[in-house]
Design a protein around this ligand. Structure first.
Ligand code: PDD
Length: 291
């Protein structure tokens, strides 16, 4: 098992021991949150949907007119090499690209070289007990910006949301729009089961297009479960289950929101079915049955 002192990070053009890895204080990521990121899971040496994560990273870059300093192929190799140098059984690879270093000015300077950082951390298994009991959440009015489809490093609203969830002894905070529609969580997408169908907010500027969300939808449809991408509210008739999806948690049932019990208060059958389908899919990837 890798010890924190021996972790290795990629910074711009070289691997460096994590404890010595540095970026300049005038990096625009530090000063303006002028950058984007990805979180990618690697289970037993198998990357989950690496191409999809890279495609989203490129979409985020394009959305903020940031030209990555590396090609997609080179970045893929660097991510794999970062894992090779930090070979946790299950790992979370973090990739961040910022605009680069320049004297502080809102204007984007010409010929600025983006900063690229890649790190790897152990990805802990979600405790079985947590899955058996289900997660809890709170709701908050959405205070984020209007481009939540970009995986921006400007995460202050989500940090404050999680802080409020912690204060309320909940696992996640879900953002609500002004009409009470549930958009997504601070670091998760959210699905309801309503009349035996999956319902999740459609992809627009108010939610991140989660890679796990997309996979959950594809697997559900493949197994004959109807999926509706439409705005929805927690007080809808027929809502019997909730679950949230993310790279780090797959699908996690949610059994209480703002102290109110969802369904019968236990992880729902369909939520657990989606979780099983995702985990089976990851196992198949690991076994080389799917690419
Ligand atoms: N968060 N919505 C938001 C706002 C997120 O930050 C995330 C991921 C998701 C789920 O996306 P995906 O299935 O691609 O992981 C949805 C990552 C894990 C993070 O910030 O750590």
């Amino acid at each position: 098992m890798k010890q924190p002192g021996t972790l290795t990070a990629w910074v711009n053009d070289r691997f460096t021991p994590l404890g010595e890895a540095r970026v300049h204080i005038e990096d625009r990521g530090f000063q303006f949150a002028d950058g984007i990121y990805e979180v990618i899971a690697c289970f037993g040496g198998t990357f989950i949907d690496l191409d999809e994560h890279l495609a989203r990273l490129w979409r985020s870059c394009e959305a903020i007119a940031l030209e990555p300093a590396v090609s997609r192929e080179k970045l893929r190799d660097l991510i794999r090499e970062t894992y090779r140098r930090n070979p946790f059984p299950d790992a979370m690879l973090y990739v961040q690209i910022t605009r680069g270093v320049a004297p502080r000015s809102h204007h984007i300077p010409e010929n600025i070289r983006p900063t690229l950082v890649i790190t790897a951390r152990q990805l802990s298994q979600v405790p079985e007990e947590k899955i058996r009991r289900g997660a809890t959440a709170i709701t908050l009015a959405d205070i984020r910006w209007k481009r939540c489809d970009i995986k921006s490093i400007a995460l202050l609203a989500s940090v404050l949301g999680k802080q409020e969830a912690d204060r309320m002894h909940a696992d996640e905070a879900f953002w609500l729009d002004e009409d009470g529609h549930l958009l997504e969580g601070c670091s998760t997408n959210c699905f309801a089961v309503i009349d035996e169908s999956l319902v999740t907010h459609p992809l627009d500027h108010r939610v991140l297009g989660g890679i796990t969300r997309d996979l959950a939808i594809r697997l559900a449809r493949r197994y004959g479960l109807p999926v509706h991408e439409r705005p929805w509210r927690l007080d809808e008739q027929g809502l019997s289950e909730l679950f949230m999806t993310s790279t780090t948690n797959a699908a996690m049932p949610v059994c209480r929101v703002d102290g109110h019990v969802i369904g019968n208060g236990r992880p729902g059958r369909i939520s657990m079915q989606i979780r099983t389908l995702l985990l089976q899919h990851f196992d198949e990837l690991r076994a080389g049955k799917r690419s």
